[in-house]
Design a protein around this ligand. Sequence first.
Ligand SMILES: N[C@@H](CCC(=O)N[C@@H](CS)C(=O)NCC(=O)O)C(=O)O
Length: 201
Amino acid sequence: MRLYATPTSPYARKVRIVLAEKHLPYDLEWVDLRSADHPAKSVNPLGKIPVLVLNDGTPVYDSSVIVQYLDLAHPEPPLIPTDLPGRLRALRGEALADGVMDSTITWVMEQRHSSECQDGALLARMRTKVITALSMLQAQVPQWQDKDKADHLELPEIAAIAAIAYVDLRAPEFLLGFADLMAWYQRMRHRPSIADTAATA
Ligand SMILES: N[C@@H](CCC(=O)N[C@@H](CS)C(=O)NCC(=O)O)C(=O)O
């Protein structure tokens, strides 16, 4: 398998953590998204990463589809429960964390405009979404800690870690006031699948 990614993409980080948790070998190809003809464009018409290309050449995107594919094709350790309520909870948890990524990226892109060209209402809206979603993630920390987590992460935690790491990289001020969430995140950073996939740029 070959994964097209960038070092800082939170969506790609989520997939890389999943691959690491499942101990799956793969080739990792960094992509320069600013390049007019980067290789991910030939396998994803949207030109977005991550894309996972299977050994038979099948391209799989986006990150949520990749994760579901990997969990079905390589069920150990299971990251998404198979019962309906459990599956719904896990995929909704992933969607919440992905929403933090989406809104943070929109905020970061808007911030890059010169101050007189920034859309203040958009910035405020994105900030509110991130803060509200981070509050919901923080509310889940007790149950993430309750379970015997020594050996088993599930998709909501993986997606949350990828999202928090991205916010920490690009908009750390959003994380002020989330002491419990950050204490949990700091502990999780030592796990090999998390440490080994940390952003390098
Ligand atoms: N929903 C997609 C989002 C992927 C995404 O937006 N990736 C960004 C990098 S973090 C990208 O490829 N941007 C380039 C572009 O939109 O052309 C997923 O979960 O994979």
